[in-house]
Structure formats: C-alpha cells, structure tokens
Ligand binder design. Structure first.
Ligand code: FAD
Length: 463
C-alpha cells in the first residue's frame, strides 16, 4: 500500500537554497540518501513500500533563530519539512515521504540547565550526553531507549515511547516524565509556543507533524550504581515467574527487566547464556544484589553474568540487547526475522504471555519487557516473528488482538495505525493551528488527511 500525503508542489531548490542564507545545508545525493532513512527496514512491509524515499535538501540549523528561518522559508516555498534527530526511529517516522526538506537537529545540543530533578536542553542532544550532564548533578535519565548512545532527546520525545526505566517510570506519556517543551510553528510568521503539563501530549509522539521542538525538559531520577545481571532458567514459565516476583518486590530496585525465550540469546553477540536456557536480563541497584541472588536461587535461577557500572569498559551494556535491540541482533543474524510490539492485559500476570508462547511456539519467539502501565506491572511484548507472508503476519496480529493483547503495529508509517488506532483529537487540533498547510512530515497523520479530505493512501509516493 502506498504511503500518502499532500501533493508535492514544484519547488525551485536553487532559489530555496539561496533563501536559506547562512543556514548550513546540503544537496549532495549521498547525504540526502543517508539522512532520509531510519530503521524502517525492521519491517519487511515498510522495506518494500518506503524503499527509495529521499528528501531534496538537508538543513542543519544551529540555533532556534535558524530553525525559525528554515520554517519561514519552507512556508514561502510551500516545501514539505521532515524533522530528524539521529534517524533511529523504526517505522519510517523521520522519512520524507513527499521529499522536500529534512531538518537535522543534531547541531542543537545545548544543555540550558540541570536543576531540581529536571534537565532543560535542545532537541539534538544525544540521550547519553543528556545523562552525562545529569550525572554531574547526581541525577540520571528516568527513561531511555536502548539507542541511548546514538538517539537524540527530541527524537525520543517525538517518536519514542519508553524503554529502560519503564519498570519504575512507565511511559514518556505518563504525567511528569516530560514537564515541558517549546515548538516552532509552521506558519508564514512562525511562532514559538511553550507547552507544559498535559499540553505536552499535543506534540509528544506526533512524529514531528505539528511543530519543530526546539527546547524541552525531561524529569530525572537520583543517580544509582547499576549492575547488569543475567539470570538463566530451565523453562520460560520459570523465567517469567522470577520476573514477576522481582517486579512485585518493592525492596529490590531494578531499572530493566527483560525476559527472553531460549531461542533468542544465541542471536546476541558476546553474551554467554548457557545453551537452551531462557533468560532474564536486568539492571539491578548495587545494594539490592544480595536480595536478588536469594530470589533467583529460590526460583531455581542461575545468575550467570554480572557487571557493575554497565557503561564502563569495552563490553556492551546489557540494555543494548533489550527492547528493540533484541530485534536488531536477531535480524542481523537472520534477515527473515521481524517483530511485533504489544501490551499484554495488565493485571493478568504471566498467563497471557505463556498462552501466546504456547500457541505460536518458535514461529513467534517471545521477548517481553516488564513495564509500569498506568501504575500496574504489565508485559510489553517485542515478540520476534519468523516472517513468511504479510497475510500470515496479520493473522498473528489478529490472534493476539482476539485474545486481549493490544498490538502497536510496527509495520505502518501512519501514527494512528501504529498506536491506539484512533485519531488523537488534541494532536490533530494542534496541527490545524500550527501547520495549516499540512507541510510537516506529510503522509504520517491519518487524522489530518481525513480531516482535510486530501487524497490519502492512493497518492503515489514521491521518490
Ligand atoms: P528520529 O528517528 O530521528 O526521529 C523520530 C521521530 O521524531 C521522527 O518522526 C522525527 O520527525 C521526529 N523528531 C525528531 N526530532 C524532532 C524535533 N526536534 N521536533 C519534532 N519532531 C522531531 N524507541 C523507544 O521508545 N524505546 C526503545 O527502547 C527503543 N529501542 C530501539 C532500538 C533499536 C535498535 C532501534 C533501531 C530503535 C529503537 N527505538 C526505541 C526507536 C528510536 O531509537 C527511539 O525512539 C529514539 O529515541 C529516536 O530518536 P532519534 O533521534 O533517532 O529520532
């Protein structure tokens, strides 16, 4: 199915580049190709539909004033604009379906302040650098994606959802995790709008369809010395029981609890999980290590790896095997593999996870992350799928949904189809105000093209 968006106007890119003045930019094909892609190829479906998508010019503003100038120039030329951080998003989020301008934020890296448990910074700052700044003041990030070492703060807010830290702090969308942000609007005279509290939801996870984030705040947690731990089990059910007990135990402090069926760890380079054993990968606070050992022993688990201060030295931190890094390692080992993203019914414990595991067996190798979902412990699935056909993939999706598992489809570039399946009225309403011409990341927001009655899915992709 072809991606959709507003029709592309004829744009004189020489004149556009001239109007950019001193704003750094490039029209080199090699650079355009590289900066027009993300990790869309995790999906065999998107790999086909989005191949060859390319912007016409990459701009790299170095200040909010330059962002405003770029936006004003785009509106004057009626040029589509797609914002991009590090391009580690998965669903073609940062891919310019209608061509046009790719705005790379990675020169916007200032840290304005770290105070009172909050960092205020520009969007192009890498998450790892945000954390370094926080650590200097005794704090760490509450939540980060497994791409912390490459991804930007702005990309996480506009495109991500949660990650390491989810067992304590839930999702980015939970109140308090992103206290505020500022966006530049896509109007002939761009405005800078500050959003706080619940209003942040107008722009967060909107894939950059309704404003360029130029500054934001992230809530922090007091810094902790973490230990990476792997516990191996004979039986996936036993690994799940341990994970549930750990999540329920208020005394053992964890930042990450991932559970992997035995067929998955062999995909991980340089990780020694005894062959044939199911595994839990954890980040555990150092003072909790003794209690963790006792809990593992009581549930027949073997602690087979520990490393204090995971990011020190040369070994890869365990978080780079969790969340969507699990999928990355599996695809690197076997390119026929793809994945799902799902949420098992909170409150039902391990039973629905085990039921899906039993039903699909090795066709859907089970990987779950323990999260706090609206305050309760829940299982977020990032199941691997041994892909055969699109029809079979959606049969698997349907079976999950029929059994109460919510699937956030990672095989679509459309925000709503990958999320809760419904148009978010506050995001759509905000887009009407701040991007009246529909120039921002066109083709990603179903609510917009239905609202504007612009041609939708049948519009051919611009290449
Ligand atoms: P990009 O991919 O560049 O952009 C993401 C979206 O944000 C795009 O729609 C873009 O238009 C928009 N955007 C970027 N900057 C701005 C801005 N300043 N203003 C407005 N819009 C903007 N995600 C998770 O949530 N949790 C995970 O654990 C996780 N693990 C991953 C593991 C792997 C191996 C991969 C490939 C991806 C993973 N992701 C995960 C997805 C992705 O890495 C994260 O969401 C990451 O934070 C995106 O940051 P980025 O800088 O790469 O953003």
């Amino acid at each position: 199915m072809a991606p959709s968006g507003a029709p592309v106007s004829d744009i004189d890119w020489d004149s556009f580049a001239k109007d950019l003045g001193s704003v750094q930019h490039s029209r080199q094909v090699r650079i355009l190709e590289r900066r027009s892609q993300d990790f869309y190829w995790f999906s065999p479906i998107l790999k086909e539909t989005l191949a060859g998508v390319r912007g016409d010019i990459v701009v790299e503003p170095g200040s909010e004033a330059e962002v405003i100038h770029v936006v004003r120039t785009c509106v004057r030329h009626r040029a589509p604009l797609t914002v991009r951080g590090a391009g580690t998003g998965n669903y073609g989020q940062a891919m310019p379906l209608r061509g046009g301008v790719v705005l790379d934020t990675r020169r916007l890296t200032a840290v304005m302040e770290v105070a009172d448990g909050v960092i205020r910074c520009q969007p192009g700052l890498k998450l790892i650098d945000a954390e370094r700044a926080a650590l200097e003041r005794g704090y760490e990030l509450r939540l980060f994606p497994s791409t912390k070492r490459t991804a930007t703060v702005g990309g996480f807010i506009a495109g991500g959802s949660s990650g390491i830290g989810a067992i304590q702090h839930g999702y980015l969308s939970d109140p308090g995790n992103v206290p505020s942000l500022r966006v530049v609007t896509m109007e002939p005279e761009p405005a800078v709008v500050a959003l706080r509290g619940q209003d942040v939801g107008r722009v967060a996870h909107a894939y950059g369809t309704n404003g360029v984030i130029t500054e934001l705040e992230l809530a922090l947690a007091p810094a902790v010395t973490w230990v990476d731990v792997i516990v191996a089990f004979d039986g996936f059910d036993q690994a799940l029981r341990f994970a549930q007990a750990l999540a329920d135990d208020g005394g053992i402090v964890t930042k990450e609890i991932g559970v992997f069926v035995a067929s998955i760890p062999p995909y991980f380079p340089n990780v020694d999980v005894p062959a044939g054993r199911d595994a839990c990968m954890l980040m555990v606070a150092e003072p909790s290590m003794q209690a963790l050992g006792s809990l593992a022993e009581s549930l027949a688990g073997e602690v087979c790896y520990t490393k204090r201060d995971p990011e020190s030295g040369r070994t890869r931190p365990l978080y780079e095997y969790t969340w969507n890094h699990t999928t990355l390692h599996a695809i690197n080992a076997d390119s026929s593999i793809t994945y799902l993203q799902s949420l098992f019914p909170p409150d039902d414990g391990i039973a629905p996870v085990l039921a899906m595991h039993k039903h699909f067996g090795d066709e859907v190798p089970m990987h779950v992350e323990l999260v706090r979902w609206q305050g309760r412990v829940a299982y977020a699935g990032l199941q691997l799928v041994r892909y055969t056909t699109r029809e079979r993939l959606y049969e698997i999706v349907r079976y999950h949904e029929e059994h109460g598992v919510t699937v956030f489809d990672p095989h679509t570039h459309v925000i709503e189809d990958g999320g809760m399946k419904v148009v978010d009225p506050q995001q759509l309403d905000f887009k009407r105000q701040v991007d009246p011409l529909g120039l921002m990341n066109p083709g990603k927001m179903r609510g917009w093209w239905e609202d504007q009655a612009v041609p939708g899915r049948d519009v051919a992709i611009f290449r």
